[in-house]
Design a binder for this molecule. Structure first.
Ligand SMILES: *Cc1c(COP(=O)(O)O)cnc(C)c1O
Length: 250
């Protein structure tokens, strides 16, 4: 699913938007409801500049340490989202860089994040990450435990709960991912009804399966390799810079 690197980010983004439009048409949705989050983990500031130029406004990173190193070197303006697991000892720096955290996976994390944000006088939007597939390898809250985390999140002073996030298992045929995405949408609808709240965002769908996610109601799709190409070599680059700066952590 890597991009053809001869094409610019703008060209690929246009193709992705056409595919989103078709998926929306098939499901009676408006393409305005779907936004591409550019997942730039392991890529350097020049890639973010090109994506910003192409019109991407929100960017997803999965490691706080990397974001803290990279974001100060990037164009100003992007809205940065944390999409990877948040370790307790990274809560404070995360609040300094990210407006939105997609990967909230426990009541304890909600409490600690809210306390830290309140103390620092900042606010953040959060999504609860749900493990809809039940795979042991995945982070996320079990669907049946989500209501209790919602209840705690609604009591926060500095955090606003804006939706749910999930990763579907990898399926060779992306169509097979649809039941996982529909499960997240149904859970969202149930929570909206039971708690009498709005949960506008469903963060689901990646390079391989975003059309299935869009057909099931995704509002934020997280696209990395399809937009920016293969990651490992870039990771090597960034790692060397971070090591040189003494901020690399395994
Ligand atoms: C890396 C990553 C993505 C993007 O994956 P691609 O397959 O490269 O589009 C999306 N979501 C999360 C949580 C990720 O870590």
């Amino acid at each position: 699913m890597d991009r053809n690197t001869a094409d610019s980010v703008a060209t690929i983004l246009e193709q992705i938007r056409e595919r989103i439009a078709r998926a929306c048409e098939q499901s009676g949705r408006s393409p305005d409801e779907v936004e591409v989050i550019g997942v730039t983990k392991t890529f350097g500031p020049e890639v973010i500049a090109e994506a910003w130029e192409a019109g991407i406004r929100r960017f997803g990173e999965n490691r706080v340490q990397e974001a803290a190193f990279k974001i100060p070197q990037c164009v100003t303006g992007p809205d940065w989202h944390l999409i990877g697991h948040l370790q307790r000892n990274k809560i404070r720096p995360a609040l300094g860089f990210f407006s939105t955290i997609h990967s909230i996976d426990s009541t304890r994390l909600v409490e600690q994040l809210d306390e830290a944000a309140d103390e620092s006088g900042v606010r953040a939007d959060i999504l609860l990450e749900v493990n809809v597939s039940g795979e042991a390898s995945k982070f996320g809250i079990k669907p049946e435990d989500v209501p209790q985390v919602v209840e705690r999140a609604l009591a926060c002073r500095a955090l606003t709960l804006v939706g749910l996030m999930t990763l579907a298992p990898f399926c060779p045929d992306p169509e097979q991912t649809r039941p996982f995405f529909s499960r997240l949408r149904e859970l969202r609808d149930r929570l909206t009804r039971d708690f009498g709240i709005g949960l506008p965002h469903l963060s689901m769908g990646m390079s391989n399966d975003f059309e299935a996610a869009v057909r099931e109601g995704a509002t934020w799709i997280r696209i990395g390799s399809l937009l920016f190409g293969h990651r490992p070599t870039m990771k090597q680059n960034l790692r060397q810079q971070m090591e040189a700066d003494g901020v690399w952590e395994e």
